[in-house]
Design a protein around this ligand. Sequence first.
Ligand SMILES: [Zn+2]
Length: 369
Amino acid sequence: MLINTVKAGRVSHAQLFLGQEGTHAFGLAVAYAQYIACKNRTETDACGKCPSCLKFNHLAHPDLHFFFPHLASDKNSSADFIRVFQKLANDTHCLFSEKQLVEALQLGNKEAIINMQDAELFLSKLSLKPYESDYKFVIMYLPEKMNNPTSNKILKTLEEPDGKTLIILVSENYDNILPTILSRTQLFKINKLPLAQFAEAISRLKGCSIEIGEDLAVLTDRNLQEAMAADNDMSKETLFEQAKTMMQSAYKLSHWRPHQLNFQEIADFIKTMANIGRESQKIFFRYVLSVVRKSVFLTFNANQLVHATAKEREWMNNFSPFINERNAFQIEKVINDAIIDISKNAEPNILFTDTILKLGKLIRVGDKR
Ligand SMILES: [Zn+2]
């Protein structure tokens, strides 16, 4: 669709790209601008080699301007943080989350916004003539982070920019954008990739098998950013072994079976999990959550609702008697809390130790023997 707008000479000057985190909406906005600026474009893509493309490849074209949320202050604008932004975008192939940006900018708990200085800079950039390209390009990441006065300041330019201009607002949250902005931009929705395409893209980009690509599609709910950040050997098979180790450790601890208890094994498990990185840890816990839910179905004999491999099914049949009406909700909560704590940068050794102890207690509560 975007390529066709270029071919037909009908590029709208103000567009709103709307896509959830992990859909690569920002990367698509850059690719679209690169395609328009390319001196030697093909039917399907920019050439990647012309002087314009070489600058776009590093996000350093003089006619390409970025705005994004940053530290809220009267004195600074996006331009003061552009090097950090470019590095993050380059390092991640434009596939980063708001959280990663906040971390890259080292904001901690401080609020990130697009401020009035940005609006002024926005107007001044668009009042200039382009240096090298026919177009001036402005890409704003998360326009929902503008406050009302800032939004109002750019309204007129959104409606009637000078000369050949392409403004792309890349949003993850339609509901938080002012209606006055919405009415002045053309909406372009970016959906999650279908499962097969997602798996193919991930296997190509990460160099993993299609099967692992499919597992990651399911486990991340087709979030490209999370799947790219996950460990390369993260497959359902690995996750299954890890989940089994965690649940068995929790069981043995709670039932105090000293002859079965292997502290070294538990310590090794915690050490391994602490080192796999936050995105992989989240994927792991989401997998555990899916195993717990399936076990609940098995407890209530709803076998037909459970999609699982033979190995998973065999193990869940042994495990499901311990997950029932006495503890299922609390177990879900413990795992969901772990996912939230990972997002808040919890210390992973403490988090995994704590989670295993909590699960152990709950498994004991569910033991009806
Ligand atoms: Zn090119």
